[in-house]
Ligand binder design. Structure first.
Ligand code: URP
Ligand code: ZN
Ligand code: ZN
Length: 466
């Protein structure tokens, strides 16, 4: 039996902060006991010891929105499952849930098989899948039931990207009705893509081709309208709803109103909307392309509403929407036409640190940091308490976090396979020091000790908030 004791740290979970040693046995958390207690002293014989004195001992991060190798705009997201999950480990994230893609005309099964082929035996940390539904028909609807049974319990749909991932309201309603019956959770990209495409065409015709126009045509009102519509469709279907990458204050207001009415409606935002803004999209010399994602970055004034939503639980999760494209040869595809810039930002390595900085900046409490980054995403997507907490029986996915270390985020030092950092030069207090994934050390004092293929596929249960 393998035994490790993590000594001397402050264990922070979504529920508690306790000065405790943690006993790990055979990849699971076996027990917690007060520092210096007889129980903790008794664990040490024959066990490896990790000293966490002066550090936090936190659950590994759970990032429920990543896109490794996503095909988009004629290219592919630049992180593979191998490079992306290694970067996740460096950043203290020990579980990702990525989006398998059903292409138009494909069965869900084909899309899911393709994602397993990309990910299996490649990952450094554990992984699960959502399914992107882009072709809703009788066959697909039946397939949804089987997927829920086997642990793919959430389905992303798009009100944006006509001709690619887009579904009309009828298809969305049908999928929601099916989810209402089978326990699945519909995740919505809520932007009115049909209206946005009109504005894109008009902007390009008028010669407004720079990256900043990506933000201007993807209007706040069109995010709020789509969020409202998605909520009403879910109500009609009697299904829960999870709105992804919420960026606009007005969209948060729609979620808040629905939640105040007692509806099972949930929302996620991402670090880019909390820390970046349209100022970045307006950077000269095409540098703004680095910040093109959808929903788009918003004027800085929206950030206060997102932070408030996270505090008041109108938003429940912060995930990354990690979808990296290199600046030099991929974002470049949209020079002279912002609509051809591949959409997405890198971030899987940065989330835990940025949110720790948010604790220091007074936006969140320490426990809320762990709640929105670990516990609630795990609960939302049927992984709790195996993931997202440190409790007897949980997987020993544990991070020793140094809350006082200083670091500067940079492409020169990050591990994501992308040639820029969206947070270049940002100073952060706090850094991941050591990471265990199911009890195995994958990062030891800032040295990568993990391995390709350690990460296991995790079938998931249904949403645990229903
Ligand atoms: N968000 C983004 O810009 N790219 C990834 C695809 C999506 O999540 O819509
Ligand atoms: Zn999306
Ligand atoms: Zn996404």
């Amino acid at each position: 039996m393998s035994r490790t004791v993590i000594t001397g740290g402050l264990v922070v979970t979504a529920a508690d902060e306790i000065h405790a040693d943690v006993l790990v046995e055979d990849g699971r958390v076996a027990a917690l006991a007060a520092h210096g207690s007889d129980a903790a002293a008794g664990w040490r014989a024959g066990a490896a010891t990790l000293d966490a004195t002066g550090k936090y001992v936190i659950p590994g991060g759970v990032d429920v929105h990543t896109h490794m190798e996503l095909p988009f705009g004629g290219t592919f997201a630049s992180d593979t499952f191998e490079t992306g999950t290694r970067a996740a480990a460096w950043g203290g994230t020990t579980t990702i849930v990525d989006f398998a893609v059903q292409k138009q005309g494909q069965a869900l099964r084909e899309g899911l098989d393709a994602w397993h082929a990309k990910a299996d035996a490649q990952c450094a940390v554990d992984y699960g899948f959502h399914m992107i539904l882009s072709d809703v028909n009788e066959h697909t609807l039946k397939e949804m039931d089987g997927l829920v049974e086997e642990g793919v319990t959430s389905f992303k749909m798009f009100m944006a990207y006509p001709g690619v991932f887009y579904s009309d309201d009828g298809r969305i309603l049908r999928a929601m009705q099916r989810a209402a019956g089978n326990g699945g959770l519909i995740m919505m990209h809520a932007e009115n893509g049909i209206a946005i495409d009109v504005l894109v065409e008009q902007a390009l015709q008028a010669g407004r081709t720079d990256p900043r126009h990506h933000g201007e045509v993807r209007k706040v009102l069109l995010e709020a309208e789509a969020t409202h519509r998605a909520i009403q469709l879910a109500r009609v279907a009697g299904s829960p709803l999870y709105v992804v990458h919420v960026s606009a204050e007005e969209a948060v207001a729609e979620l808040a109103q629905a939640r105040d009415a007692g509806l099972p409606v949930f929302g996620e935002t991402c670090p880019q909307y909390l820390f970046l803004s349209t100022d970045n999209l307006a950077e000269p010399d095409f540098e703004g392309a680095k910040y093109v994602c959808s929903t788009p970055l918003r004027p800085r004034e929206h950030q206060a509403a997102l932070w408030r939503g996270l505090r008041t639980d109108d938003l429940q999760v912060v995930s990354t929407d990690h979808c990296p494209f290199c600046f030099t040869d991929q974002k470049e595809l949209g020079r002279g036409d912002f609509s051809r810039i591949p959409n997405g930002l890198p971030g899987v390595e940065n989330r835990m640190d940025l949110l720790h900085q948010a604790v220091l900046d007074g936006h969140l409490t320490r426990r809320r940091w762990i709640d929105i980054a670990c516990a609630t995403p795990a609960r939302m997507f049927g992984l709790y308490p195996r993931k997202g907490t440190i409790a007897p029986g949980s997987d020993a996915d544990i991070v020793i976090y140094d809350p006082e270390a200083r670091q500067t985020l940079s492409a020169a030092t990050h591990h994501m396979n992308v040639d820029y950092s969206a947070y270049e030069g940002k100073e952060i207090t706090g850094r991941v020091e050591t990471v265990l994934s199911r009890g195995e050390t994958v990062l030891a004092g800032r040295e990568f000790t993990g391995r390709t293929g350690h990460g296991q596929y995790v079938p998931r249960g249904t949403c645990q908030f229903l």
